[in-house]
Design a protein around this ligand. Structure first.
Ligand code: NAP
Length: 463
C-alpha cells in the first residue's frame, strides 16, 4: 500500500498519450493535456520525469490485436529515459536527480512510458551512464531486457559470465574456432542488436540474418556470419549448416512463426547433409537443442525424419522473471550498467520522430508496415509535444480537456522536487545539447545509409 508520507509530485497534471479500443472509425490514440500525474509512491518505487521515449512493435501490436488495452483509456509504452524526481521511502540504489532508463510494465497506466511522469519499481530501472544521452538510453529498454530474459532466464545461461573476459571460461582461454554458435534470426531488429552484443560477450560465435543494407552494421556489433534475410529459406538453412558445420544448438527468433520454423530446422541438424559433407551423423551431446521464439511460435513441427537432435522450444516471459522479481531484475540492470560504463554495450541507432507524443501514432504505423530500417529505434522527445494552445490554434477547434484528479503533495516532497528540478534542468540542458549534436551526426549517417540501401521496398522515415 502507498505510504501517506511518500513523495507526491508538485505538478498536478501532465501530458500523456492514452490508448483504448476505439469506437469504429476513430483513432485508438489520444493526447491528454491534463492527465493526472501519478502521485503516491510505494516504498520501492521512483517517479521519473521522462525526456525521451522509444517505440516498440509491442505498442502497435497491443492496440491492433487488443491485448493490454480495453475500452477505458490508459497510458501505453514501455521504453524511456529521464530523471528521478521522486523516491519511495526504501529506495537505496537511486537518488533524486539520477539519470535513468526503463523498460516499463505497461500493464499499469501509471507506469506506461508515453507520458511525462511515470512510476517505476526501483529494481527494474538502470542508471544512464555519463557518456550516453537520454535519447540513447531510451533505446535500451525492451530490446536489452528481452535479450537478458531470453539468455539468462529462458535459456538459463549464467549472468555472471558476462563479467568474465569474453575469451575465458573457468580461467582457461577458448579459441575463437571452438566457441559454440548462436543463431539469431532477425539480427538487425532491436532485440537482435542487443542479443548479438551479449552473445559475443558470453563467448558465442554469432550467425544471423539481416537485410544486406545492415550487414556491415551487425558485423560491427560482433556478428561473425551474416546471411541475407531475403534469400530462399531452404538455401538459408543450408548456408547456416555449412557455416557452422551443422553444430547450432541455440537459436533465438525475433521475427515470427515462419522463421521460428526455420530455426527449428537448423537446430534439428541433418543426417543427410552431414553424410554429404563427410561428418558423423550423430552427436555425443544428447541434450536437446534450444529454441527461443520471441515473436511467434513455430507454425508446425518440421519433418524430423532427417533430424539428429531433438529441439526444445522455450517460452519467454517477463512477468515470471523480470517484473516483480527484484533478485533477477536488479542483477540484470546492474550488470548492464557495468557493461555500458565500460562501453562493452552500444545502444541501437536512433531516429527521432517529429512532434513528441503526437508523433508516436505515425511512428508506430511506420514500424508496423516495415518502414523503419533495421537497427534503428524510433525515439520521441517529449518536449517536442505541442502544448494545448498550439494544438488548438493549429486545429482551430475546441478540445475536451481531461479533468485532473489531483492529490496534493506534502511540503517536504514539494521542496525536494523543486530543488531537484532546478538541478536537473541545468543537467538536462547540457545533455540536450549533446543529444542535438548526436542527432545531427545520426542524420548524416542515415543519409549514407539510405543512399546505400539495397532494399528498395523500404520507405524511409524522415527524422
Ligand atoms: N515475447 C516478448 O516478450 C517480446 C519481447 C520483445 C520483442 N518481441 C517481439 O519480437 C519482434 C521483434 O521486436 P524488435 O523490437 O526487435 O523489432 P524491430 O526492431 O522492429 O525489428 C524489425 C527488423 O526485423 C528484421 N526482420 C524483419 N523480418 C525479417 C526476416 N524475415 N528475417 C530477418 N530479419 C527480419 C528487419 O531487419 P532488416 O532491416 O535487416 O531487414 C527489421 O528492420 C516483435 O514482433 C516484437 O513484438 C517479443
Amino acid at each position: 500500500m502507498p505510504h501517506s508520507h511518500t513523495h507526491t509530485h508538485t505538478k498536478r497534471s501532465h501530458r500523456a498519450l492514452l490508448a483504448r479500443i476505439p469506437p469504429r472509425g476513430q483513432s485508438a490514440w489520444k493526447l491528454a493535456h491534463s492527465h493526472p500525474v501519478p502521485s503516491a509512491l510505494e516504498d520501492h518505487q521512483v517517479l521519473i520525469e521522462t525526456s525521451y521515449v522509444a517505440l516498440n512493435p509491442f505498442d502497435w501490436q497491443g492496440v491492433a490485436f487488443k491485448y493490454g488495452i480495453g475500452e477505458e483509456a490508459k497510458v501505453m509504452g514501455r521504453d524511456g529515459a529521464g530523471v528521478i524526481v521522486g523516491l519511495g521511502d526504501k529506495v537505496k540504489r537511486f537518488q533524486l536527480g539520477d539519470r535513468v532508463w526503463f523498460c516499463a510494465n505497461s500493464s499499469v497506466s501509471g507506469t506506461g512510458a508515453f507520458q511525462e511522469y511515470s512510476v517505476h519499481s526501483d529494481s527494474e530501472i538502470g542508471h544512464t551512464p555519463d557518456h550516453l544521452s537520454c535519447q540513447e538510453a531510451a533505446t535500451l529498454g525492451t530490446g536489452l531486457i528481452t535479450a537478458g530474459v531470453a539468455l539468462f532466464r529462458t535459456l538459463g545461461l549464467p549472468l555472471e559470465s558476462l563479467a568474465l573476459p569474453r575469451t575465458e571460461e573457468h580461467g582457461s582461454k577458448i579459441e575463437e574456432g571452438e566457441k559454440p554458435w548462436m543463431l539469431i534470426w532477425g539480427g538487425a531488429g532491436i532485440t537482435g542488436v542487443y542479443l548479438i552484443e551479449l552473445a559475443r560477450l558470453l563467448g558465442y560465435r554469432v550467425i544471423c540474418s539481416a537485410s544486406p543494407t545492415n550487414h556491415a552494421y551487425v558485423r560491427s556489433l560482433g556478428a561473425d556470419v551474416v546471411l541475407d534475410r531475403w534469400s530462399d529459406p531452404v538455401q538459408l538453412v543450408q548456408e547456416i549448416r555449412k557455416a557452422t558445420n551443422d553444430s547450432v544448438r541455440i537459436a533465438i527468433d525475433n521475427v515470427g512463426g515462419t522463421t521460428a520454423n526455420l530455426c527449428h530446422q537448423v537446430l534439428q541438424g541433418s543426417s543427410s547433409w552431414r553424410s554429404e559433407h563427410n561428418l558423423p551423423s550423430t552427436e555425443t551431446d544428447s541434450t536437446p537443442a534450444k529454441l527461443v521464439p520471441i515473436a511467434g511460435t513455430p507454425k508446425a513441427s518440421p519433418d524430423d525424419s532427417d533430424a539428429i537432435r531433438t529441439v526444445e522450444s522455450l517460452r519467454i516471459s517477463f512477468s515470471t522473471t523480470f517484473y516483480g522479481h527484484p533478485e533477477f531484475s536488479e542483477a540484470l540492470v546492474d550488470t548492464y550498467e557495468s557493461l555500458l560504463n565500460k562501453k562493452l554495450l552500444t545502444p541501437a541507432r536512433i531516429r527521432l520522430v517529429q512532434g513528441g507524443l503526437t508523433g508516436i501514432e505515425k511512428g508506430l504505423e511506420d514500424l508496423r508496415h516495415g518502414r523503419v530500417p533495421g537497427g534503428y529505434k524510433l525515439v520521441a522527445r517529449l518536449s517536442d509535444t505541442p502544448h494545448l494552445d498550439e494544438a488548438l490554434s493549429k486545429q482551430g477547434q475546441s478540445h475536451e480537456v481531461e479533468e485532473a484528479v489531483v492529490k496534493v503533495g506534502t511540503k517536504r516532497s514539494r521542496d525536494q522536487v523543486e530543488s531537484v528540478q532546478e538541478k536537473t534542468q541545468k543537467r538536462g540542458r547540457e545533455h540536450e545539447e549533446i543529444s542535438r549534436k548526436r542527432t545531427k551526426e545520426e542524420r548524416s549517417v542515415e543519409h549514407d545509409h539510405e543512399a546505400h540501401s539495397e532494399t528498395p521496398t523500404r520507405a524511409v522515415i524522415m527524422a
